[in-house]
Design a protein around this ligand. Structure first.
Ligand SMILES: [Zn+2]
Ligand SMILES: [Zn+2]
Length: 430
């Protein structure tokens, strides 16, 4: 389906020079504005309005107010694939402690009416700014691609309710067309500013939130033999769950089963009626996800049995939601990396090993139906900042930290260069 990369011959200097100029003339001020004016999930009202206004000015057909604040913008440019690029807009309820001249002092009511200090502590300001940079380049250079470009500004990536899921529930594919390919990127403080990375495997993990309810049979704490103790049975379940990843998954297959909450009892000399365990379960494939969930259920039920619980009071699982795995399509990812190498040069491309198993709500866009997609990373920390922290023996402030900082110039510019090149690779001229 994909045609050769013949079109990407335009010298890198032209593209880079133009994007750098756009950064200095407009994107720098836009980034600082987004950073200084962060908004919480589902109340990204001003950010969405600004993005919509800028995209309209570039000639896009703009639809607003989708799932509260979501924006879908279309640029039709002849026959070719429909390709979607998404940027998330929300900030976090974190009080900014950086010394940046454009640091946020904003307080805002969240979607549930509670007041919080707000900070772009995950870098979504970089994503929005880059989306506008991409929009302008693609509109100004229609001679370099063919098809339909769909730009999405998404609310609420950070919230318990997913903005991506909400936009799908608003039937965006039915209204605007189902993309042939989908893309997104995240700026990351863990990579050197300006570098690009795209995995051919999972970019983010599937996250499942689930509770295990362990019934007990209440009794006096001095007469444990007259009851069934949910604290003891629950504790055995917690320990037995540790064998799932260590003994049931292949040693080369990542997975996490973490019990974050264990609630039981309210008096020291009473054996209670229930214990509740709250888990986060992480996996990088649908098969592993199914294996983890079924092992958790099997262990919980059978340890309940071993603890003497009757068949009608065995432990049970309640699924509380989650996100699917962000699985890059290997062919699309390889094609994008090939285009980057050809167009931007190998010095801008790096490799990266994920340490943890964080999740993303982007896959709500790329499943049912499955849409081949690539989710890439853009580095956001200068060499000097890495060195300064290393010299002091301190670890770099992470995403969601009040001290989180991104070097905007190279991050935004690389975000635009990476996106534009990927779009051109997926929407070549015939
Ligand atoms: Zn985040
Ligand atoms: Zn984020």
């Amino acid at each position: 389906m994909l045609t050769p990369l013949s079109l990407l011959a335009e010298p890198f200097q032209d593209l880079q020079g133009e994007v750098e100029q756009h950064y200095d003339s407009e994107l720098k001020a836009l980034f600082e504005h987004f950073h200084a004016n962060p908004e919480l999930s589902f109340v990204e009202v001003e950010s969405a309005a600004l993005i919509a206004e800028r995209l309209k000015k570039e000639g896009y057909e703009v639809h607003t107010g989708i799932a509260q604040t979501g924006v879908v913008a279309l640029l039709r440019n002849g026959d070719g694939p429909l390709v979607m690029m998404r940027a998330d807009m929300d900030a976090l309820p974190v009080k900014e402690l950086t010394q940046l001249p454009y640091a946020s002092t904003v307080m805002q009511q969240n979607s549930e009416g509670e007041m919080f200090p707000v900070m772009h502590a995950c870098g979504h300001d970089v994503h929005m700014t880059s989306l506008i940079g991409t929009a302008r380049y693609m509109a100004a250079h229609r001679e370099t691609w063919a098809g339909t470009l769909m730009l999405i500004a998404q609310p609420a990536e950070e919230w318990k309710l997913s903005g991506a899921e909400a936009m799908r529930a608003a039937r965006i594919w039915e209204r605007f067309g189902t993309p042939d390919y989908a893309m997104a990127f995240h700026v990351t403080a863990d990579l050197e500013a300006g570098l690009l990375f795209a995995s051919t495997g999972a970019a983010y993990s599937a996250v499942d939130s689930l509770d295990i309810i362990v019934p007990g049979i209440g009794a006096h704490g001095a007469s444990p033999h007259r009851g069934r103790d949910p604290v003891v049975i629950g504790s055995q379940i917690v320990l037995a769950l540790q064998t799932i990843v260590s003994r049931e998954l292949s040693p080369r297959e990542p997975g996490v089963v973490t019990v974050g909450v264990f609630n039981a009892g309210n008096k020291r000399n009473v054996i209670g009626e229930e214990a509740r365990l709250e888990l986060t379960v992480r996996s990088d494939s649908r098969a592993t996800r199914a294996k983890l969930l079924s092992a958790i259920e099997r262990i919980a039920i059978n340890i309940g049995r071993a603890g003497g619980l009757p068949d009608d009071r065995l432990p049970r699982i309640e699924l509380k939601g989650g996100v699917p795995v962000t699985a890059n399509d290997p062919d699309v990812a390889a094609r994008v990396v090939m285009a980057w190498e050809k167009r931007l040069g190998t010095a801008m491309i790096t490799t990266y090993e994920r340490e943890g198993m964080g999740g993303e709500d982007f896959p709500f866009f790329t499943q049912e139906p499955d849409i081949p997609s690539v989710y890439f990373a853009v580095g956001g920390t200068t060499k000097a900042r890495f060195k300064a922290f290393a010299d002091r023996g301190e670890s770099l402030p992470s995403h969601h930290s009040p001290l989180f900082e991104i070097e905007p110039r190279s991050s935004v510019i690389s975000g635009v260069l990476g996106t534009v090149t990927a779009l051109q690779a997926l929407m070549p001229l015939r």
